[in-house]
Design a binder for this molecule. Structure first.
Ligand code: CO8
Length: 372
């Protein structure tokens, strides 16, 4: 029996924010801050806020725009954070709503109904509450029997959840698994921080994994191997959490939002990811040139080009390692799944590909797959 990926789904919000819009709002905010704090800045008590630039953002990251679940509030210099209405307990939660959109698309692509699925995993960088699990809310909304649970592994939440799905199907404890990644990142962005305000966007992705014997999909991929690696690092961090209630400090201080040492991340993660990918391909008896497509994590275009160059010894063609950053920005764990979703149907039976995430933790997760 083989385990296959038999469907994937991608949902993006209708609203988006361009670099130009973002920079205009940030620069207005920063200029006002600098004016209001001119004396303290001159005395060296407060740091001047540097200005941002749309050209820098595109050059440094490859990002041109990002989708936003709620655009309202983000560009408001008096707010600088999305204005998301709180929902009552008997309403569908925001992340469950996002997850459902992507789940239904993955189920349609795999020709699966609720009766076919017996395990639901919602895995992403943040969940909007601790319990009940978003996965159980989605399970209920879809009418799926069996069980569901949430997982958090930051950038590698999607790949690590697919690993768990693979393990469950391979072990026979589940027949068909729905993995969903509702990446609602914008509420964790410090839009007043020039170094971080441009990085993330919102999106939801989903995948179905099942036994090959039940698969009826037109586009399915046998999972040949999975590999995960973690190594503790404080270079990408958020201190947001339930202990804030017990602390005397500000529950909304800057350290409670996403922050990183981007340069260090770049330098440390690129070699780790390239080495991991080569080892992962070799572990299933293949060589790097055997791989037709690399669906890489989408954090930074220069990072992806560097990793691809290290692997291939040359620049990749677009379709060898597709980039979706220009349209979607960094969508935490969903990036490599977006790339897979948009660029997989052209592959032929026998073609090999690798899905790989890398980032916060640090965490790296990969799968070698073969088109059936
Ligand atoms: N506008 C203009 N200038 C800028 C800006 C800006 N917005 N930002 C920085 N600069 C300036 C700097 O001040 C610096 O100037 P100087 O040389 O005078 O000091 C110059 O530009 C260069 O700055 P950097 O060295 O910081 O710029 P880089 O070329 O390194 O680019 C990046 C910055 C884009 C952040 C880059 O370092 C990068 O992408 N690194 C990798 C980061 C990464 O992969 N992070 C992982 C993200 S985490 C993740 O994927 C999931 C986490 C969990 C989800 C969280 C959801 C909220």
């Amino acid at each position: 029996m083989a385990v296959v990926i038999s469907g994937s789904g991608l949902w993006k919000p209708e609203e988006f924010v361009t670099n130009e819009e973002l920079v205009e709002a940030y620069n207005a905010y920063a200029s006002r801050f600098n004016e209001e704090n001119a004396e303290a800045i001159a005395a060296g008590d407060v740091a001047e806020k540097p200005l941002s630039s749309a050209e820098f953002i595109e050059k440094a990251s490859g990002i041109k725009q990002r989708y936003t679940y709620c655009k309202e509030g983000i560009l408001d210099v008096d707010r600088m954070r999305p204005l998301i209405p709180e929902r009552a307990d008997d309403e569908i939660s925001h992340q469950a709503e996002m997850a459902l959109h992507a789940a239904k698309k993955a189920m349609a692509a795999a020709s699966k109904t609720a009766e076919d699925i017996d395990m639901v995993v919602v895995s992403c960088a943040y969940t909007e509450r601790a319990y009940p699990a978003i996965a159980i809310e989605v399970q209920e909304a879809l009418g799926i029997h069996g069980f569901g649970f949430d997982m958090l592994v930051a950038c590698s939440a999607a790949t690590f959840a697919i690993h768990r799905a693979y393990d469950a199907v391979a072990a026979g404890s589940s027949k068909c698994v729905l993995v969903i990644n509702p990446e609602l990142t914008t509420p964790q962005i410090n839009f007043t921080d020039r170094d971080a305000h441009f990085i993330f966007g919102d999106v939801a992705t989903a995948m179905i994994l099942e036994e090959d014997t039940t698969c009826t999909s037109d586009h399915s991929y046998e999972v040949l191997g999975t590999q995960a690696l973690t190594q503790y690092s404080n270079n990408i961090r958020s201190n947001f959490g339930y202990l804030s209630y017990a602390y005397d400090g500000d529950p909304f201080s800057d350290d409670k939002l996403f922050h990183q040492n981007g340069r260090k991340v770049f330098k440390e993660v690129c070699p780790m990811a390239a080495q991991h990918l080569e080892q992962q391909v070799n572990a299933v008896g293949l060589e790097v040139p055997d791989v037709k497509r690399w669906w890489l994590h989408q954090a930074n275009i220069n990072m992806n080009e560097l990793i691809a160059r290290r692997l291939l010894g040359r620049d990749p063609e677009f379709l060898e390692a597709p980039i979706v950053l220009d349209e979607y920005a960094n969508t935490a764990s969903a990036g490599s799944i977006i790339a897979f979703n948009l660029y997989h149907e052209d592959l032929q039976a026998g073609d090999l590909g690798v899905i790989c995430s890398f980032g916060a933790g640090y965490s790296i997760g990969s799968l070698v797959i073969r088109k059936r």
